[in-house]
Structures are given as structure tokens and as C-alpha cells.
Design a protein around this ligand. Structure first.
Ligand SMILES: Cc1cc2nc3c(=O)[nH]c(=O)nc-3n(C[C@H](O)[C@H](O)[C@H](O)COP(=O)(O)OP(=O)(O)OC[C@H]3O[C@@H](n4cnc5c(N)ncnc54)[C@H](O)[C@@H]3O)c2cc1C
Length: 492
């Protein structure tokens, strides 16, 4: 792995402030925009749409200085790579290019980091619910290796990965409660062990010893992966933003937030994608434009290519999820992260096309963990409800009730008692019907790349995805076969 430049925190409180800032920015989605960026090119340009425009001479980065805080209006900037989307996927791709090459990078978002699915994520960096040999297996394994290396690197820098990323080796429990589920769990443990992971099957008595708060019967058992980890999405994003911003002072990085992408800029002579037009800026990407816009990637690509001669359908759909966070929760102590066996099928549930009642697409399965701040995090729901992100209290009640089936101590408590000490996180997972992300160049537009559709595994697969995209842009050999994720054959 390339050497990593780390922006050192002067104190952990700085990071906490940044995380708090991320949360407050998430709340004030529509607030006005300012960002620390001063254009290398100060001219203003007319807005050009699609291929109708003529190719223009593009300014170089020259003596760029991004260290001042200057709100800017519609102006023109050139980078090597422009990334659309500041979720975990876009931000980690930026980081990988910044630390692993000398390219300049811009990240554009219609809102701010963590305003998409990333801000809702539970943070499981887990293998226990993955299937050896599946299309996403190698990418996930590689990605987890990179997360562990990053945590070690942070540690080697004299920082605490727990404070910086919310990184904890909690171990994971995939819990079964019927004789049929236990058969499947035993087979899963065998497969995971054969794939080289430390995996144990826990009988009901062993399970009770590992996680005494669980309700266990003779039909209970679990697959236990002691090396599975978790992170805190907000902490991790704050850290990655800091690393990326370190390169701003070197003239290699800029952020354009609250600035939705409107259209592509294509060369009239070669047809190559040269850049994008946002609501406020014209951004050229000399080497690549990467669309990492989560569940919005399909509609965005549709809009971007609407007047083009290219037929591309990225079938990514928003899959809404609720998480319940009970702050500083003392009534339940968890040793590990938990997930009910039903999660695996709940994750694989396919979209019923044409179903009028979206409520029928709702599924809830128990996940439970304790985060870095001592909050109990309970999940999760999955449903197809369009791009709506309103909290549905009836879903929260069902998440609570499901958790109480597994953790009897919760039955003595009423959710209404926690009304002041609870938060609900809602996010739209980028769902792909075939269950795997789409990563790679768009056929016919070789410098336009897609990296989207990670559904419930985007935090887990982020660093592997980032490495793959960066290697594609840099034309390096790939560490993981990208064929299962190709755009060709799945979107066109
Ligand atoms: C409840 C819940 C629990 C989860 N738990 C886990 C977990 O434990 N482990 C795990 O690995 N994953 C988990 N996930 C999944 C994970 O959060 C997602 O897979 C991941 O965050 C997707 O990241 P992303 O960057 O692709 O998308 P997002 O985070 O949604 O980011 C996409 C960004 O694109 C921007 N954008 C969209 N359109 C435009 C435009 N036109 N112009 C500019 N910007 C645009 C958006 O504003 C957004 O910021 C969970 C998700 C949910 C909802």
C-alpha cells in the first residue's frame, strides 16, 4: 500500500468537534455554502450544456492556493479527477488518489458529507454474514484488510483508532433461533473457516457465556467471528476529510459542497467527457470524472446522459433504512455486535417491481451494537419508499420490539422514556438488484467512472472500492478482479 500522509490531530477534542460539526451540517442540509477554496482560475465562464459546447482551452492548476476561506460563485477550475458524491465511497476514492498518486482531486456534493446513506450506517466491518466465493467476497476481504492497515497506521502515528475512527474489534455474532437456522449457521462457520477466517460455532450455552444479555433457548446458537470490527461512520468521515484537506494546502484538493451536479461537459471533437457543470461551478477533470452518488447515481446518470447518444441504465434504487440510537444507554451491556440470522435473507430480499404498496416491501431484522460514545445502536429496517427520508415512528417501534425479543432487559423499559435521549438515523442504501456494486468505466465514455450500489455494505467495501477505482484511473493492475462489478452487461 502506498505511504499514507496523515493530518495529525492536535487533540482528540478536535476530532470530536469535527464529528459534532458533521452531525450539525447533516441537520442543516439546506444551509448556505462556504468552503475553504480559492480558485486557481479566477475567470467566470458561461455555462455550457452537453456536447453542444465547443472545446475550451482549460486552465492548469498553476499556483493554486486553497488555504483561504473564500465563498465563490460560478467559476471554472481544473483538476485531474472530479468525484461526484461526498459519501464514504467518494471521499475514500479521493483519499486513495491523494495519498497514492500526485493527482489533484475535487469532491462535489449536492449537500455535505454524511447527508446520504453514510451518515446512517451502523459501522459493521463484518465478514460473518458474507458468503465465501460470492462476487463481493474478494472485494470485501481486501477492503477489510485495508481498514485494518489504516487502523494500524493511525496507531503507529501515536493516535488511537478508537478515538479517530471509532474503530473497535468487537467480534460479531450471527444469531439463529431455530433448528433449521442452526444447521445453516454450522455450515456457514465451516465455510468461513475454510476461507481462512477465525470462525466459531457457539452452542446455546457458549452463546450465553459470550453475550449474557441475550435470551437463549436450546434452539439458539451463533456464528462468532472474533476478528470482526466496527467503526463510527461520522468519526471516520471526519478523519478522511481531514486527510484529504491536508492536500488542499499543496494545491491538490478542493471541496464543492451544496453544489449539485447539473450536466456533463463533453468535447465536441472527441466526445470525451471533460468535466461537469454544477449549480455554481464548471469543473474540469483532465483524467477522470467519478460518479459516486450512492442511490442517486442512477437518476443522476440518466440526467447527465439525457441528451447523449448513449443508452445507460444504472438500476440503483434507494432502499430506506432506520436505526435507533439510545444515548449513553446503561441498561444493556453488550460484549459484541449482534445480528439475527434473518438479516441475511432480509438483505437479499429483491425489489418487487410494480408493487403499489411500498409498506409490503418493509422488513426489519435485529442488529445491535454499542458505539464509541456508549450509545446503544439498534437496527434495522429495509424498505423501498422512493427518496423519502422521513422518520416513520411505527418502524422505530418495531425495531425496538424486535430487539426486545432478543434482549429481555429491554422488555421492562418503554421507548417513550427515552424520547429525549434517542436519535433516529435514516439513510437510503444504494441498492442494486443483483446485490453487488457497479464499479468501473462507462463504456463509450472511457474517462467517466461509476462507483455506486454498495447497499448495506458501503462502509465495509469502501477502501477496497477506492483502491479499485484509483487503480483504474491510474491504469495500475488491480488487486481484485473487477469483472463482477463492471458497468458493461449490467447497465448497458
Ligand atoms: C440504516 C443503515 C445501516 C447501515 N449499516 C451499515 C454497516 O453496518 N456497514 C456497512 O458497511 N454499511 C452500512 N450501511 C450502508 C452504507 O451506509 C452505504 O452502503 C454507504 O454509505 C454508501 O455510500 P455512498 O458514498 O455510495 O453513498 P452516500 O453516502 O449516500 O453518498 C452519496 C452522496 O452523493 C451526493 N449526491 C447525490 N446526487 C448528487 C448530485 N446530483 N450532485 C452532487 N452530489 C450528489 C449525495 O448528497 C451524497 O452525499 C448502512 C446503511 C443504512 C441506511
Amino acid at each position: 500500500m502506498a505511504s499514507i500522509s496523515v493530518y495529525r490531530q492536535s487533540a482528540n477534542s478536535t476530532l470530536r468537534e469535527n464529528v459534532a460539526d458533521l452531525h450539525s451540517r447533516r441537520r442543516s442540509y439546506a444551509a448556505s455554502t462556504t468552503f475553504a477554496f480559492k480558485s486557481s482560475f479566477l475567470g467566470k465562464r458561461p455555462l455550457f450544456l452537453h456536447s453542444a459546447r465547443k472545446t475550451l482551452a482549460r486552465p492548469g492548476l498553476g499556483s493554486a492556493d486553497y488555504s483561504h476561506s473564500n465563498p465563490i460563485t460560478a467559476s471554472c477550475h481544473t483538476f485531474d479527477v472530479v468525484i461526484i458524491g461526498a459519501g464514504i465511497i467518494g471521499l475514500t476514492i479521493a483519499r486513495q488518489l491523494l495519498v497514492g498518486s500526485d493527482l489533484s482531486v475535487a469532491v462535489v456534493d449536492k449537500a455535505v458529507p454524511c447527508s446520504g446513506a453514510t451518515g446512517a450506517g451502523q459501522g459493521y466491518i463484518w465478514m460473518v454474514h458474507k458468503t465465501p466465493g460470492s462476487d463481493t467476497w474478494d472485494l470485501t476481504m481486501r477492503s477489510h484488510k485495508l481498514w485494518k492497515m489504516l487502523a494500524e497506521h493511525i496507531n503507529d502515528q501515536g493516535l488511537n483508532p478508537l478515538q479517530v475512527l471509532g474503530w473497535k474489534k468487537t467480534g460479531s455474532l450471527l444469531i439463529g433461533r431455530t433448528a433449521e437456522e442452526l444447521v445453516v449457521l454450522k455450515e456457514r462457520v465451516k465455510q468461513l473457516s475454510e476461507a481462512g477466517l477465525r470462525a466459531e460455532y457457539l452452542s446455546s450455552s457458549d452463546l450465553l457465556l459470550e453475550e449474557p444479555a441475550l435470551l437463549v433457548s436450546e434452539d439458539s446458537g451463533a456464528a462468532f467471528l472474533p476478528d470482526d470490527c466496527q467503526l463510527d461512520a461520522a468519526c471516520t468521515v471526519a478523519y478522511i476529510e481531514k486527510v484529504n484537506r491536508h492536500f488542499a494546502s499543496k494545491g491538490r484538493y478542493a471541496e464543492f459542497y451544496h453544489d449539485p451536479v447539473m450536466c456533463l461537459l463533453r468535447s465536441s471533437s472527441t466526445g470525451e467527457v471533460e468535466g461537469i457543470q454544477t449549480s455554481k461551478n464548471t469543473l474540469y477533470g483532465k483524467k477522470a470524472i467519478v460518479v459516486a452518488a450512492g442511490c442517486w447515481s442512477g437518476s443522476l446518470m440518466h440526467d447527465l446522459l439525457r441528451e447523449e447518444d448513449i443508452v445507460l441504465d444504472v438500476p440503483v434504487k434507494p432502499r430506506k433504512g432506520h436505526l435507533l440510537v439510545l444515548e449513553n444507554f446503561k441498561s444493556l451491556k453488550l460484549n459484541h455486535g449482534s445480528m439475527e440470522m434473518g438479516y441475511v435473507s432480509h438483505q437479499d430480499l429483491t425489489l418487487c417491481s410494480g408493487l403499489a404498496d411500498h409498506g409490503k416491501n418493509l422488513s426489519i431484522s435485529m442488529t445491535a451494537s454499542t458505539d464509541i460514545a456508549g450509545n446503544l445502536v439498534l437496527g434495522s429496517s429495509r424498505q423501498f419508499a422512493g427518496f423519502n427520508t422521513e422518520v416513520d415512528e411505527s418502524i422505530i417501534d418495531r425495531i425496538w420490539a424486535r430487539a426486545a425479543e432478543f434482549f429481555p432487559k429491554l422488555r421492562n423499559l418503554s421507548l417513550t422514556d427515552f424520547i429525549k435521549d434517542r436519535k433516529v438515523r435514516v439513510g437510503l442504501r444504494p441498492y442494486m438488484p443483483d446485490g453487488k456494486p457497479v464499479i468501473g468505466p462507462v463504456p463509450g465514455l472511457s474517462n467517466l467512472f461509476l462507483a455506486a450500489g454498495h447497499e448495506g455494505g458501503g462502509l465495509s467495501m469502501a477502501l477496497g472500492t477506492a483502491e479499485m477505482v484509483a487503480d483504474m484511473v491510474l491504469q495500475n493492475s488491480l488487486k481484485v478482479d473487477s469483472a463482477p462489478f463492471s458497468v458493461q452487461g449490467r447497465c448497458c
